[in-house]
Design a protein around this ligand. Structure first.
Ligand code: AMP
Length: 404
């Protein structure tokens, strides 16, 4: 059985999936797993097609001290115990910088170019590149494909890509990139199957998970996103604040004497729903809580989604559909109902029964704008891109630099 290995490596975990290649290039998920607690309390967990457990075992810290070591343990487990030898590996890579507008077959030259973007995503890019480098060293003939969170947004007009700061910074790469692109690409493709006419129009997608952003799609292409230079911007998230006056950061530095690394830890780990509520970063706990600040955090989350929906509707100059996706968007009846209520001015109504059943179409029959719930699948997107490149589809083309 030919398979594709999909890898999503972070600082302390490596998530992976195995897809089998079936007839006519169809892909079927066979294994889902992750190595958690790298360098702390390493643990490998994996399950099969029906969710049946395949592995749940702890490892000594010394044997899984970093991401390459985790890759080697996972690879050994797949080869020796599960008897799977993938024919290619697809990686999630957070930053393709200004250059990459499509997935790309990896070689040493590509790795060198991607290393230049470490400064643009210091918390993610090095961990994404670590398994690529170790596989390139140990299995130089194994095809590897990089799939970028930024690539889907490279279709933005220049005016959406700039900050009002001196052009030199833009030239250095300080731009509004946008993230969650693999999720938006999957949703756009799925919408084109379930509602082809609507997918040709003006659509807002709300990716509401522990990371959260929204994207404006025109004819299935991204024209605006709420995220910018980093994945800190836009909507409030589990532990990130979303849009923030840069003056707040100046205050943290000048008045609270925080260092750059303190500010980084604070903005990525202590803000958002967690910081505002003081209760939790998990929407399930916040929705269940009677705590006043938990209620405020939920209200703030909904408020910012609806403000950003207005902004994106303006960017699109209209709205033909609204889509919810990711952990909160796919599962929280309450958040969807509150967002829809506040989007009533756009002609949105919900069907409460469809909403509580998590149906695919949850808008009321009188709604001027259909509202969908489309569960995202970034890993399948990566596997599809990897297979397409293996089968000789065009590889990444370097995008022309834009001039102001
Ligand atoms: P994701 O990052 O897409 O995996 O989403 C994870 C987040 O989804 C969690 O942190 C929860 O806050 C949220 N979530 C998952 N299930 C539910 C649910 N039933 N109701 C509300 N929020 C949920």
């Amino acid at each position: 059985m030919d398979t594709i290995f999909v890898v999503n490596a972070g600082s302390s975990s490596v998530k992976f999936q195995i897809f089998s290649i079936e007839g006519e290039g169809r892909l079927r998920r066979q294994i889902k797993g992750q190595m958690d607690g790298i360098g702390r309390r390493p643990r490998l967990r994996a399950s099969g097609v029906e969710g049946e457990p395949l592995a749940d075992r702890a490892y000594p810290i010394e044997s899984v001290s970093d991401v390459p070591a985790a890759m080697s343990v996972v690879g050994g487990w797949l080869r020796n115990e599960i008897r799977v030898s993938p024919i290619a590996v697809g990686h999630r890579v957070v930053h393709g910088g200004p250059d990459f507008s499509e997935p790309v077959l990896i070689d040493h030259g590509v790795v060198a170019r991607l290393e230049r973007f470490v400064a643009l995503a210091p918390l993610h890019q090095p961990h994404n590149l670590a398994p690529i480098r170790s596989l390139l060293a140990n299995f130089p003939k194994l095809p590897q494909v990089a799939c970028f969170d930024t690539a889907f947004h490279r279709t933005h007009d220049a005016v959406s890509d700039y900050y009002a700061i001196p052009y030199q910074l833009y030239a250095e790469g300080v731009r509004r990139y946008g993230f969650h692109g693999l999720s938006y690409e999957y949703v756009a493709k799925t919408l084109a199957h379930i509602a082809p006419e609507i997918a040709k129009g003006l659509v807002i997608v709300a990716h509401l998970g522990s990371g959260a952003s929204m994207c404006a799609l025109k004819g299935g292409r991204s024209v605006e996103s709420t995220m910018g230079f980093t994945a800190l911007d836009g909507l409030p998230m589990g532990t990130r604040p979303g849009q923030l006056d840069p003056g707040v950061v100046l205050y943290l530095i000048s008045e609270l004497k925080m260092s750059a690394s303190d500010v980084q830890k604070f903005l990525y780990g202590d803000c958002g729903l967690k910081g505002l509520s003081g209760v939790s970063n998990d929407m399930r706990e916040l929705e269940a809580s009677e705590d006043k600040r938990a209620k405020l955090a939920v209200e703030y989350f909904v408020h910012r989604i609806c403000l950003n929906a207005g902004m994106l509707a303006a960017a699109l100059q209209g709205l033909d559909a609204f889509v919810f996706t990711a952990g909160i968007g796919e599962n929280s009846t309450g958040i969807r109902a509150r967002v829809a209520d506040q989007l009533g001015w756009l002609g949105v109504t919900l069907d409460p029964t469809a909403n509580s059943r998590h149906a695919r179409l949850i808008s009321g029959s009188d709604s001027l704008v259909p509202v969908y719930v489309i569960p995202t699948d970034e890993e399948l997107m990566i596997a599809q891109h990897t297979l397409a490149l293996l089968m000789g589809a065009p590889t990444s083309s370097a995008r022309q630099e834009r001039v102001p």
